[in-house]
Design a protein around this ligand. Structure first.
Ligand SMILES: Cc1cc2nc3c(=O)[nH]c(=O)nc-3n(C[C@H](O)[C@H](O)[C@H](O)COP(=O)(O)OP(=O)(O)OC[C@H]3O[C@@H](n4cnc5c(N)ncnc54)[C@H](O)[C@@H]3O)c2cc1C
Length: 420
């Protein structure tokens, strides 16, 4: 006989812990199980600062046992599969568990092998990534002696879409402060067509790019790394649009092979690896065509199974995958589960795609992009209390918020189920 929980949660990351904590705040008698194999919980948003040498990596980690809410049963194991008809989740070594309601929140996984040569480049230290080892990024930045510093991101969805450019700005600022600007080309290459989808933020970021003389390369989709030669290959995703910008032998040493293969030599390379939903999710019947958890965009309820909800990085939501988005998703999931449990309809459809991206643009500078599904700029009115009246512009107070206030709120309020 399987062990039964009223609410079973897969994943003890940002989404899983916040959901359990808020549920228990509403009703501490609920029986909740969390399946989570990791011993450590990370505050990933600070990894950008770790990569720039301005935050201690050790402070981004806490033992999982410390963040598990009191009253939750922690199942120290991997979820491996689903039987949604029977309300069952299987695990690697603890057997199967039955639920009334299931919350799927196992985040996403890095898939470096989707770029040829990337696994080897990371292993040999030829490439670095704040998504994998931010301390290594800092090692590479502080030992950089000049040349091409290439920053890029893949064509898959990634968590915190702004993170690949944040570290480019911080590195450019660092190189400038250390007299390397003249002998360095900072290149930011992205498969996208613009630097950021939200207009006022984009306008500020284009000024930041100009200030640092960053070579901004839209339509560049990385597909291969030549580890020995230190060359990264990009597919030009809109070749007809701006091929004229690629001049053979330009100051970056860029070369074009055939119709779309652009080769850029590098002396340092930072990238966000390609990312995907965990394999046991992709292999399940719960995903959409693109392999992400198929939930309603506004209620976060699974499209086929009314007693399953999904949120966080794993969810197929057309907005940026961030902890900030999760902060707005959790109350919707919590309310809908409690409504269903009381034999009512899951009527909370209020999630509007809110996400936010704290774009650090240099040491002591930050712009706060807050937006919804339509890419409207939606700054939080509470910012005015911090005397920030224009968060689409660079601000020292926003940097202080990123470095000090947000980590404090995360560990002490959000993970404890308090609304902030
Ligand atoms: C470099 C970087 C910078 C970022 N910057 C920001 C930022 O500035 N602002 C912001 O809001 N967000 C930022 N983020 C994104 C943010 O950290 C994530 O969006 C958020 O942590 C996602 O939460 P989650 O619960 O979905 O996944 P996670 O927090 O990753 O947790 C998933 C959990 O599921 C567990 N799990 C995995 N597989 C299984 C399984 N089979 N069974 C059971 N459990 C499993 C994992 O062990 C993990 O504990 C950043 C992320 C990175 C990497």
């Amino acid at each position: 006989m399987e062990q039964h929980f009223e609410i079973l949660i897969i994943g003890g990351g940002t989404a899983g812990i916040m959901t359990a904590a808020q549920l228990l705040k509403k009703d501490k008698s609920l029986s909740i199980g969390i399946i989570e194999p990791a011993q450590t919980h990370y505050y990933q948003p600070a990894w950008t600062l770790v990569g720039a040498g301005t935050y201690d990596y050790a402070k981004t980690a806490k033992p999982m046992a410390e963040v598990m809410p009191d009253g939750v049963e922690w199942i120290r194991d991997y979820a491996t599969g689903f039987d949604p008809e029977k309300n069952i989740v299987t695990t690697k070594s603890s057997g199967a568990f039955q639920y009334d309601f299931l919350v799927v929140a196992p985040g996403l996984v890095m898939e470096p092998s989707m770029i040829e040569g990337l696994p080897e480049a990371l292993e040999k230290g030829v490439a670095c990534s704040n998504y994998i080892d931010p301390e290594k990024t800092w090692d590479i930045i502080k030992n950089f002696k000049g040349g091409n510093a290439v920053f890029t991101q893949p064509t898959t969805p990634i968590k915190c879409g702004g993170a690949p450019q944040k570290i480019a700005y911080l590195a450019a600022d660092y190189f400038r402060k250390h007299g390397l600007e003249e002998k360095t080309n900072v290149i930011f290459a992205t498969p996208g067509s613009v630097i950021f989808g939200v207009k006022p933020i984009r306008e500020t970021l284009m000024k930041v790019i100009d200030r640092y003389h960053i070579h901004f390369k839209p339509f560049y989709a990385p597909f291969k790394i030549d580890v020995d030669e230190k060359i990264i290959h990009f597919n030009h995703t809109a070749p007809e649009e701006n091929r004229c910008i690629i001049n053979e032998g330009n100051e970056l040493g860029e070369r074009m092979l055939g119709e779309t293969d652009i080769q850029v030599p590098f002396d340092m390379l930072h990238l966000a690896p390609p990312q995907a939903a965990p394999k046991f999710i992709r292999d399940s019947s719960l995903v959409n065509d693109t392999g992400w958890l198929d939930v309603d965009h506004h209620s976060l309820q699974h499209k086929k199974h009314a007693n399953i909800f999904g949120l966080g990085d794993v969810a197929a939501l057309p907005t940026a995958k961030t902890g900030a988005a999760i902060r707005k998703q959790v109350p919707v999931v919590v309310e809908n589960i409690l409504l269903l449990k009381a034999h009512k309809e899951a009527t909370n459809h209020s999630y509007n795609g809110y996400s936010s991206c704290p774009l650090v643009t240099g040491y002591g500078k930050m712009v706060l992009a807050e937006f919804d599904y339509q890419s409207n700029f939606t700054p939080d009115p509470k910012l005015k209390r911090m005397l920030v009246f224009n968060s689409d512009k660079e601000h020292w107070r926003l940097w202080m918020m990123k470095k000090h206030l947000l980590p404090y709120l995360y560990w002490n309020k959000m993970l404890k189920g308090k609304q902030v």
